[in-house]
Design a protein around this ligand. Structure first.
Ligand code: AMP
Length: 471
């Protein structure tokens, strides 16, 4: 049996000339593919010397660095299971992950670990793996309840990497601007795997910073970002058509891209952002086309091999998926796994949406964000899309909070300068009355997590008493 170790697939994409750069650093220095490969071999050798066996978890909680990527690849090569953790997690949060995943090794200083691994006997050949063997556990950002560990196999990650590499037309001529964190599937799997399979260099930025991104765009051809990257670029007058002229592709995901951002971006640069949809449990599920029309507000078509349907027999409902990149279940949580898969093997994503006659997928929100007001279902995204188009509104987040008459009342939390009454009236003109906000709250900023997702649970908490006392 040939091995399905993901490391072998990724390394097969490395350039034949290993002196070629993999990481282009802001100070002009570069780290070659040869150095990455050597680092991964040393790390794998060191892990094995430390007694790590196939299937053992190796956790990494650290700031982004090239050394952290060496650790990731070394873990794969040694057939251990990679467990990345957000550097921002606090002690009690880490205690939970440690107790749940029981990592054999916990790395917090990748450069030091790689330096220490220098003395180890490098592992030349990846430890063989079957496609179904686990490659990584990704704890879902879970804004409510306890985080669950999504188990991703070597085969699932390989299938998604191959699919994205082709779908987005990656080649050795590309240079990927990488400003995402690498504790999350977006920066870790989606971005890195596309670069590796192409043997392409990456403009390697520790985080999104305007000046570095702007100078990086002059060297890069593709950028992957969360929507906030794009709004931040647009807020910078230095981001012009010329500044984007070297780029062939801007990709957005992890949170909904506002149609207004899409439009403003096209006005400014002449380029249409390609929006895609994914999640920790399946990496990427749908994408707008590289060559066909990219439509604002839609997340595009299911990737080849992905079956996608709307559950519940209604036109709009919870999206269910089945396909080669879908995860193998939640770590040590068979009940939760059973709950979230249908009898015929579809994963119930929890995202609410519909498909148009063309087959394009549109996401209208999360099932748990669904508002039930006076017995009627209100999908927040539908209301947000209307509000976001109104004069004076920069962005909105629509939530439901307890209401004495309706059970839940629709509330719009809005960034912008507008009149509450005018917004409500304009929403009523376009939506059924029960969907229109009963109240609008103006704020300077919406709370977001590291991936740019608006933290609705936090908003619901903050405004829980809004209707408790009449105004
Ligand atoms: P995570 O597991 O942290 O990557 O979060 C996955 C969730 O992010 C999905 O279930 C969606 O709710 C949301 N998401 C990702 N991409 C998009 C997108 N393009 N549009 C809307 N929601 C998205």
């Amino acid at each position: 049996m040939t091995s399905a170790n993901l490391y072998e697939l990724l390394a097969a994409g490395f350039p034949a000339d290993r002196t070629k750069p993999c990481f282009l650093m802001s100070d002009g220095a570069a780290i070659s593919y040869g150095a990455l490969e050597a680092g991964a071999a040393q790390v794998a050798g060191r892990l094995i010397a430390l007694g790590v066996e196939p299937g053992d978890r190796v956790a990494l909680q650290a700031e982004k660095s090239a050394a952290a990527v060496m650790v990731y690849l070394g873990v794969l090569k040694a057939a251990a299971v990679f467990l990345p953790l957000n550097a921002a997690y606090t002690g009690p949060e880490i205690d939970y992950f440690k107790a749940d995943a029981e990592p054999r090794i916990f790395i917090t200083d990748p450069p030091a670990f790689v330096a220490e691994a220098n003395g180890a006997q490098p592992l030349d050949l990846a430890v063989p793996r079957a496609a179904a063997d686990l490659a990584a556990i990704i704890y879902t950002s879970g804004t409510t309840g306890r985080s669950k560990g999504a188990m991703l196999s070597h085969g699932a990650l390989a299938a998604n990497a191959i699919s994205l590499h082709a779908t987005w037309g990656f080649s050795a001529d590309d240079v990927l601007l990488h400003a995402l964190p690498i504790f999350h599937v977006h920066g870790l799997f989606v971005a890195l795997h596309c670069a590796f399979l192409s043997g392409a260099p990456m403009v390697w930025l520790p985080k999104f910073a305007d000046a570095e991104v702007l100078s990086g765009l002059a060297k890069a051809t593709v950028m992957m970002g969360v929507p906030t990257f794009y709004t931040r670029l647009l807020a910078n007058p230095g981001f012009t058509r010329e500044a984007a002229a070297h780029m062939r592709l801007f990709i957005s995901g992890s949170a909904p891209l506002l149609p207004s951002t899409f439009a403003e971006f096209e006005d400014r640069t002449g380029q249409r952002i390609l929006e895609r949809y994914g999640m920790s449990e399946a990496v990427i599920i749908t994408s707008n086309p590289l060559d066909g029309d990219r439509i604002a507000g839609s997340v595009g078509y299911p990737l080849p091999g992905v079956e996608l349907r709307v559950g519940g027999g209604e036109e709009t409902g919870v999206i269910e998926i089945r396909g080669p990149s879908v995860f193998s279940g939640y770590w040590r949580n068979p009940e939760k796994t059973r709950e979230e898969f249908t009898d015929d093997g579809f994963f119930v994503t929890g995202d609410v949406g519909h498909r148009d006659p063309d087959g394009r997928v549109w996401i209208s929100g999360r099932a748990k964000d669904l508002i039930i007001s006076g017995g009627y279902n209100v999908y927040p995204r539908e209301v947000e899309l209307v509000l976001d188009e109104l004069a004076g509104v920069v962005e909105s987040a629509v939530i439901g909070v307890p209401h004495p008459d309706f059970g839940e009342g629709v509330v719009a939390v809005v960034i912008g300068a507008a009149e509450e009454a005018a917004l409500i009236a304009a929403a009523r003109a376009q939506l059924a009355a029960y969907k229109a906000p009963k109240q609008v709250v103006f704020v300077d900023e919406l709370p977001r997590n590291a991936m740019g997702k608006v933290q609705k649970a936090l908003l619901r908490e903050r405004y829980a008493a809004l209707f408790a006392t009449p105004r």
